[in-house]
Design a protein around this ligand. Structure first.
Ligand code: GLU
Length: 345
């Protein structure tokens, strides 16, 4: 399942400005390839089988250029990387007011799998953590489970450019060890947040977590969010602008588990991480960034993913409240070039 390409840098339609992105990700891949901090998720047994050393960085710009380095062809499961996309799909199908009756928009400060609802409303806190994601999955429209899964895969296919597969081994592994999620689902049924059959909703949730992508696919998905909801490779719209606004907002405030505040402080762009080792970030109007590296920190974020994005944000001036400034917008890599020049002198 892996195309090993540890030192390869691949880019299409290279222009001068975009060569800077290629140089930056190449540099960061070299910088962090020997970093071995963190541990692979093992509470889902199938996830523990991954090679912890796998490492890929991919960027797709909103004009469709692609830059990628490392194990970018390795297929991994999305886990909660799927949450923003499912949230967007349900927002488009049912509208914001309806969806807000079932899920909140507040950062939790709790672990992603906490069996906790908002005390004031008895709703899950936000759609990026397990409780909120399960509630949102319970809203996916469709006539039956197969119809709902097909709609989900078709939606993901619009972001990727082709329909993805569900990894059956990971799905079965999650289903057979998913009692924590089952507890959350029963709690939500008690409060009327989940109205469908619990096993059916959980099966669908485990399926969406088990959707398989490569780092390249993930960067294209992120770039679609960056490009106003239109896939830059296919020209197909995957999400409305209205829903996109809500998706990016919640990713910004809640995308990195309990490190969400640290993330916006240090990196400053909407992002989402998942326990399969994927992490993606969106630079609106510019690019989607994806990193795959399975060793996680205590919160569940990819260690190398966070490091790469933190450095990339600094090198390319990506923080939303820096981008657009005189130095940031015109020369996104100015700091990096200055630093490189100083280093060389
Ligand atoms: N399938 C995982 C779970 O339900 C997703 C967790 C995550 O990636 O945050 O625990």
């Amino acid at each position: 399942m892996t195309e090993q390409s540890d030192t390869r840098i691949f880019s299409i339609n290279q222009g001068d400005a975009n060569m800077r992105i290629a140089s930056a990700i190449s540099e960061l891949h070299l910088r962090y390839r020997d970093l071995s901090e963190g541990t692979v998720a093992d509470y889902i047994p199938e996830l523990s089988k991954v090679d912890p050393n796998l490492f890929a960085i991919s960027v797709v710009t909103t004009d469709g250029n692609q830059y990628t380095v490392g194990d970018d062809g390795h297929v991994f499961t999305m886990q909660s990387l799927a949450n923003p996309f499912v949230f967007g799909m349900v927002l488009d199908a049912l509208g914001r007011e309806h969806v807000r009756q079932f899920v909140g928009v507040e950062p939790t400060g709790n672990p992603f799998n906490a069996i906790v609802l908002d005390r004031a409303t008895n709703r899950p806190m936000n759609p990026m953590v397990n409780a909120g994601a399960i509630a949102v999955t319970g809203l996916i429209p469709g006539d039956n489970p197969t119809d709902r899964l097909n709609r989900l895969l078709a939606t993901f296919g619009r972001y990727i450019g082709k329909e993805p597969n569900v990894d059956i081994d990971v799905f079965m592994s999650e289903k057979s060890t998913g009692d924590r999620n089952r507890s959350i689902a029963y709690l939500m049924r008690n409060f009327g947040t989940l109205t469908r059959d619990i096993d059916e909703v959980l099966d669908q949730y485990f399926q969406q977590c088990s959707i398989s992508v490569t780092c390249r696919d993930l960067a294209c998905m992120a770039a679609t969010l960056a490009a106003g909801g239109v896939n830059p490779h296919t020209g197909e719209r995957a999400i409305s602008r209205t829903a996109l606004r809500d998706v990016l907002t919640i990713m910004y405030t809640c995308g990195l588990y309990e490190s969400s505040g640290t993330w916006v402080h240090g990196v400053g762009i909407p992002a989402k991480s998942g326990v399969g080792g994927g992490l993606f970030a969106v630079v609106p109007g510019k690019m989607g960034i994806a990193i795959f590296s399975p060793r996680l920190d205590k919160q569940g974020n990819s260690v190398r993913g966070v490091r790469v994005c933190t450095d990339l944000a600094r090198l390319l001036n990506l923080h939303l409240f820096v981008a657009g400034s005189e130095t940031g917008f015109d020369d996104p890599c100015k700091d990096w070039h200055d630093a490189a020049a100083n280093h060389g002198s």
